[in-house]
Design a protein around this ligand. Structure first.
Ligand code: ADP
Ligand code: MG
Length: 616
């Protein structure tokens, strides 16, 4: 057989390598920003068009490159950062694999202008799909500017795979945040479609965090600091009350490199133990400095995962450092989240005197007049009519707020002679009689039996359809605020708000002008309480950011989902009888009644036969 193995041509090898290094525009941004940092830049500009699909340009004032270096920089495994394998253990640069520029040039149209400080003129290089098109002498400022156009122009499958411009921009913003947070002393500019998104002057870490995430961040931060032989830890954690359901604003940096580490995240969570509401996690900006020889960064092409020599010690030190900070800044548990809410006395009952259960004795009772069974049924209903239900149905609460105790619970069996299920049918209108079970379910009767409805999910469905309708029909119930509310947001949050402003207005929000980092709210939907507006907006933005990630839902659907989740009644909330019935009726007026907007079952039916079967 003839020999069949051949070496791949460079441009093919580069394209294959690009598959690992460049997944999307954000990967290019990361690599180029890192190169600028490695070149010692003090000011870096990031310029993006159309989510990076049309243009990504990075301009730095760093070292620049000589003509030969400029040409070599696009070769695979060409790097100035290491000479031998030994150097891998003393890395103080971001890059070292010498792959990024070669990979990027294999799959895009690249132009590089670069000049070394001492030289009078610089070099302009144009490369497309690994082919050098031209190399010229040029007049250019000191430093390097790389522009990457038409990413994946020669890999249509990859280009098609890209998400919307907004989603790609969000990924780019994430990478930008990571690098900007790792290097607060570098001045960063970020422009998207000619708009300035960020202007971050050189400063200290705290101000950098505030510049990126908005003024409101200031009050959330607690400093963290510890120096041991193994590691130096610095940075900030958020106070526990600002913990969120979404996992934004969580950053680990090791030797100024952003890394992902579920293990260290666990250490942080462990130190917040007992301080967080269920399913929430705190924000943090934690900087670890370790001996470069004690870590291995080379385990992943994008270098966001690293291996530590002694993870366990690091875990323990991190945990105790954060605990210490929380203690020092007087952040101690305020609420006991583990307590069973069902054991709490309902608010309106707090000041009421406990009543002794009364025993009513029938003085005219003659045991020989009626059979035992007949007697017990009758006395049961006699008590029921006198409103003395408590002792029979402990745990079935109806509205306590009206001060009517438990007497408002109505059961089908209220009428002594009526059978629970009307044989002719038709009598049991849905929602006519209801009661709440364990502050979680609403039980109601239907012709064929009974329904057990999850109150939270039912309410989500009702609100969801209502919001969707408001957005599409634009018939809104809005309440004008007497005093407009000013809320501060980070730039990226404001960008999201601008994006969804139209839909929010249809929902009943009204806005004043958007400023640098503040938004004025002049009107809110009638369903929302003014005091909750800050929390709801935060939740809305983070849900929107997570959900819109190209999973096929429209903006209206995503927003309606986010809002209904925030506003729906929750497990543990007491509903009075009227509300229960209104909810049941509203649910069955919905277009879809079986599933919540999050595709969860809303109710189950238990038929008379199911019940009969239990008695066999
Ligand atoms: P790596 O960063 O892993 O070395 P790259 O392909 O990203 O590999 O870059 C190759 C080389 O090009 C770098 O080692 C560096 O010498 C040079 N280089 C890249 N970008 C810049 C820049 N912005 N300024 C100066 N030199 C650069
Ligand atoms: Mg690099």
């Amino acid at each position: 057989m003839a020999d069949i193995i051949q070496l791949l041509p460079d441009h093919v090898a580069n394209q294959i390598a690009a598959g690992e290094v460049v997944q999307r525009p954000a990967s290019v941004v990361k690599e180029l920003l890192e190169n600028a940092i490695d070149a010692g830049a003090t000011a870096i500009k990031l310029i993006i068009k159309d989510g990076g699909k049309t243009l990504i340009q990075i301009v730095d004032d760093g070292l620049g490159m000589s003509v030969t270096d400029a040409r070599l920089s696009f070769e695979r495994h060409a790097t100035s950062k290491i000479n031998c394998a030994e150097d891998l253990f003393h890395l103080d640069t971001k890059g070292f694999r010498g792959e990024a520029l070669a990979s990027i040039a294999a799959i895009a149209h690249v132009e590089m202008n670069t000049r070394v400080g001492d030289d009078e003129v610089g070099t302009l290089l144009k490369i497309e799909g690994s082919k050098v098109l031209s190399q010229e002498v040029t007049v250019t400022p000191k430093g390097t500017s790389v522009s990457v156009k038409n990413l994946f122009f020669n890999i249509p499958a990859r280009r098609k795979f890209l998400k919307s411009n907004q989603v790609e921009l969000r990924h780019i913003t994430d990478e930008f945040h990571r690098i900007a947070l790792a290097h607060p002393t570098v001045h960063f500019h970020f422009y998207n479609n000619n708009n300035e998104l960020f202007n971050l002057p050189a400063t200290n870490l705290k101000k950098r965090v505030v510049n990126i995430f908005g003024n409101k961040t200031k009050e959330k931060l607690v400093p963290v600091g510890e120096e041991t032989q193994v590691v130096k830890i610095s940075g900030f954690i958020y106070k526990p009350e600002y913990a969120k359901k979404s996992r934004g604003e969580q950053f680990f940096f090791v030797n100024h490199r952003f890394i992902k580490s579920p293990y260290l995240h666990h250490a942080v969570m462990a130190s917040f133990e007992g301080l967080l509401r269920p399913d929430t996690s705190p924000g943090y900006f934690l900087y670890l400095e370790v001996d470069p020889s004690s870590i291995d960064i080379n385990i992943h092409p994008t270098k966001t995962e690293i291996k530590f020599d002694d993870e366990h010690t690091l875990y323990a030190i991190l945990k105790s450092t954060i605990k210490h900070s929380l203690g020092q800044f007087n952040v101690s548990p305020v609420l006991d989240f583990d307590k069973d809410q069902n054991l709490d006395t309902p608010y309106m009952q707090l000041n009421k005197q406990a009543q002794q259960p009364g025993i009513t004795i029938n003085p005219g009772y003659n045991p020989f007049k009626e059979s035992g069974l007949e007697k017990s049924i009758k006395s049961t209903f006699a008590r029921q009519r006198s409103g003395d239900w408590e002792s029979m149905y402990v745990g079935l609460e109806s509205k306590v707020g009206r001060g009517e105790g438990f007497s408002t619970v109505h059961f089908e069996s209220d009428t002594i002679t009526g059978s629970i299920f009307d044989e002719q049918g038709g009598l049991d209108q849905i929602g006519a009689t209801t009661f709440q079970l364990r502050r979680k379910y609403i039980v109601t009767t239907i012709k064929s039996g009974m329904l057990i409805i999850d109150q939270g999910r039912a309410h989500q469905r009702v609100l969801y359809e209502k919001f969707l309708k408001s957005i599409t029909v634009k018939e809104t119930l809005s309440q004008q605020l007497l005093f407009p509310l000013s809320l501060s947001f980070s730039k990226s949050e404001l960008a999201v708000l601008k994006e969804i402003k139209g839909s929010l207005t249809s929902l009943g929000f009204a806005f004043g002008p958007f400023t640098e980092d503040e938004l004025q709210i002049t009107g809110i939907p009638q369903l929302i309480n003014e005091s909750e507006i800050g929390i709801i907006m935060d939740q809305l933005i983070s849900d929107y950011q997570m959900e819109i990630n190209g999973n096929g839902f429209t903006q209206s659907e995503v927003l309606s989902k986010a809002l209904c989740k925030s506003l729906a009644v929750k497990t543990g909330e007491i509903l009075d009888n009227e509300s229960q019935q209104a909810l049941v009726n509203a649910l069955f007026a919905c277009k879809e009644t079986n599933r919540s907007p999050f595709n969860k079952i809303i109710y189950v039916t238990i038929t008379e036969r199911d019940i009969d079967n239990k008695f066999i």
